[in-house]
Design a protein around this ligand. Structure first.
Ligand code: SF4
Ligand code: SF4
Length: 369
């Protein structure tokens, strides 16, 4: 197992962290899997109050001396918070579930528009500082599925030590993207990557062209391996979470991460992953190139971002995250397609001659369904 720095915290973490969201249904199997990961060098577990049953099983797996051998990250259930005092009440419950007296990394869970407003309303940031003083948490962070703009605002608001973002071969410029990763790393924050395979959707819908590219490439690696490799190649990445649900998957991940060091990809490798991305993108349903000639919209509609989310949603066989980003971020922030008044200004500038107002209407209806 390769290890790397975790931002400025001084922690040295395995490049592969075990995501505890998709445990096997059998509790004994789940405990065995967690312990197998730790026995094989994984020293970072990621769970959350909202992952059903996960903290309790993780707590059981951490008995018998395993707690001292790994860092534990978990998340505050922002959805359930209705007053300031709730933050500490839930944290205490999580400590009890996990059978520990402190959380190494505590995250405010999913800083979408509404959750972030709630954190500000109920003074969640003061809570985080107070808990560090009390020793109940050691490091402060947040996880996020949001736009780059909103992400930067959150990063700039507080002295965070880490962030957890979605990033994979298709999300180079989607959500927070590589630009967001570098932004956080520049501030000394650790960056934990989630959804490296887009919750597995990347593998469920592989275009024939991708198979051809892999078969023709002289260096033989699986698509999973290239996906992980593309991420850990970036020196700003602290670790990658993978939520395995079988021991076989876990063993395969451990094999892949045996040599997971940054800057290992050659120009040719990067070219290959770029062509893989291109093969997926060629399947998109709205022919928007992201040129932004249609922008700005006087009503604040973020046209290219909406089309990009929709293409990703279609490509990934209706992946909930894209829908969620639209509904929980763009619409509440006033940049959704519902703001369109059909003035037609944007369509006049579109080199692809897209019927933008009509398309926006369709996308909005689909995303809100
Ligand atoms: S048609 Fe809609 S999206 Fe296009 S510029 Fe007008 S208000 Fe904005
Ligand atoms: S002008 Fe057309 S192709 Fe360019 S970003 Fe806008 S909708 Fe997409």
């Amino acid at each position: 197992m390769e290890y790397g720095q975790y931002g400025k915290t001084g922690m040295k973490v395995s490049r592969f962290g075990l995501g505890c969201m998709r445990f096997p249904s059998d509790e004994h199997e789940a405990i065995k899997m967690v312990r197998y990961a730790i026995d094989n060098g994984v020293n970072y577990l990621d769970t959350a109050y909202m992952y059903k049953g996960s903290e309790i099983i993780t707590g059981k797996a951490l008995k018998d001396g395993y707690r001292n051998r790994t860092y534990v990250a978990t998340k505050s259930p922002i959805w359930n918070i209705t007053r300031h005092e709730d933050f500490e009440r839930y944290l205490d419950e999580e400590l009890m579930r996990l059978g520990t007296d402190h959380i190494d990394v505590y995250l405010l869970h999913n800083m979408n528009h509404d959750n972030w407003e709630k954190v500000k309303r109920y003074d969640g940031l003061t809570f985080m500082d107070k808990m560090v003083q009390k020793g109940k948490i050691l490091h402060k962070g947040f996880s996020v599925h949001n736009t780059l703009k909103a992400f930067k605002e959150i990063v700039d608001t507080f002295d965070w030590e880490m962030t957890q973002i979605q990033l994979n071969i298709l999300d180079e410029t989607q959500q927070v993207g590589v630009e967001g990763l570098k932004y956080a790393a520049d501030k000394g924050m650790a960056a934990v990557i989630m959804e490296p395979l887009r919750g597995g959707y990347l593998l469920n819908n592989i275009p024939k062209e991708v198979h051809d590219l892999l078969n023709q490439y002289p260096e033989k690696r699986s698509l999973v391996e290239w996906c992980f490799r593309w991420i850990y190649n970036m020196p700003e990445v602290s670790l990658i979470l993978s939520g395995t649900s079988t021991l076989e998957q876990l063993k395969d991940n451990l094999r892949i991460f045996e040599h997971a060091a940054p800057n290992v990809m050659t120009e040719e490798d990067l070219n290959l992953t770029g062509r893989i991305r291109g093969a997926y993108e060629a399947k998109k349903s709205i022919g928007c190139t992201g040129c932004r000639y249609c922008m700005p919209c006087p009503q604040g509609v973020t046209i290219p971002e909406i089309f990009k989310l929709y293409n990703s949603y279609q490509l990934m066989k209706s992946h909930w995250v894209d829908k969620g980003v639209y509904r929980s971020n763009l619409v509440p922030a006033g940049s959704g397609a519902d703001r369109c008044v059909e003035c037609g200004l944007c369509a006049e500038h579109c080199p692809q001659t897209l019927k933008i107002p009509e398309l926006l209407k369709e996308v909005h209806a689909e995303f809100m369904r």
